[in-house]
Design a protein around this ligand. Structure first.
Ligand SMILES: *[C@@H]1O[C@H](CO)[C@@H](O)[C@H](O)[C@H]1NC(C)=O
Ligand SMILES: *[C@@H]1O[C@H](CO)[C@@H](O)[C@H](O)[C@H]1NC(C)=O
Length: 280
């Protein structure tokens, strides 16, 4: 029996019935961590529920992660990180098929739905090599229409050096609002989880049937599961103890499942690309 827990609606429906009727597994495809609430979760009670937010983490204040922003259309869809007074780094799968005039950024608040500032975007620079099939080159830059002023709830995060590497097991902090399961829950607070970086070759082995891990990716999580980022955290920051933006929340098989660490876009790989397009 094969049920993918976190996947876009059509696939979820298909894999659900395949699971029920004992069909073969669908060829697994990477499951992007964008916020796509499953209507099925409300209509088919036996369907596994989306975790919907940072899994196994704890509540934080925006002043603990002042680089964190929320990317919104009619509501929160993804996270992002301030890298300067006017540029935000997020995931390409968050901006895929979208235009700048449809997107807003909320920043300077611990709640994605209120307070802080809701700002317009001038321009989306999606990585030209972004591949939706295997989620390779999952980087997008967003330019704010008007630069902001930094304060204790809004600050840029430090970018890594070009090709900077990080140690296996190094602890990183992943933050985000994920997505709420409860339609009546109006206040959503920012959460954070601590996860260790996973060896690249090991992660590649774990994800072999999903096409593996490219050089543009870096994995983090516990092989026993339990702590992870999830849908709605996409595009958000993974920062190490030195305060460097190591990764951007990208994809994973399920969330917090044993043997399937979270996969992040490796920011050091895109260092030159970021510089070229934003000057940062
Ligand atoms: C958030 O900030 C408020 C006010 O400074 C403080 O009372 C509260 O303990 C903080 N919460 C967390 C989770 O840090
Ligand atoms: C995207 O990735 C898939 C799977 O690895 C590959 O088959 C395809 O050629 C890639 N597309 C481009 C345009 O590179």
């Amino acid at each position: 029996m094969c049920i993918l827990r976190h996947i876009f609606l059509i696939l979820q429906l298909t894999s659900y019935f395949y699971g029920i009727f004992g069909g073969v597994c669908l060829i697994p495809s990477p499951v992007k961590r964008q916020s796509t609430r499953s209507i099925l979760d409300h209509f088919i009670p036996m369907h596994p529920r989306l975790d919907g937010r940072i899994v196994g983490g704890h509540r934080i204040n925006i002043t603990d992660a002042p680089h964190q922003v929320s990317l919104q259309t009619s509501s929160h869809i993804c996270g992002g990180s301030l890298i300067s007074e006017e540029w935000i780094l997020t995931a390409a799968h968050c901006t895929y098929g979208k235009t700048a005039d449809r997107l807003r950024i909320r920043l300077g608040t611990s709640e994605f739905a209120r307070n802080g500032e809701l700002l317009r975007i001038q321009k989306i620079v999606q990585h030209e090599k972004f591949n939706f099939t295997n989620v390779d080159y999952d980087y997008s830059l967003l330019q704010l229409k008007h630069p902001i002023k930094f304060d204790e709830s809004k600050k840029a995060i430090k970018l890594p050096e070009k090709e900077e590497t990080f140690n296996d097991g190094e602890t990183c902090h992943v933050s985000g609002w994920g997505n709420t399961q409860n339609l009546l829950e109006s206040r959503e607070w920012l959460r954070e989880v601590e996860v260790p970086l996973v060896n690249q070759m090991l992660c590649n082995e774990k994800y072999e049937k999903y096409g593996g891990i490219t050089e543009r990716m870096i994995c983090a999580g516990f092989l026993e599961g339990g702590k992870d980022a999830c849908q709605g955290d996409s595009g958000g920051p993974m920062v190490n103890d030195a305060g460097v933006l190591v990764g951007v929340v990208s994809w994973g098989y399920g969330c917090a499942k044993p043997d399937y660490p979270g996969v992040y876009s490796r920011v050091s790989y895109a260092r030159d690309w970021i510089k070229e397009h934003s000057g940062v």
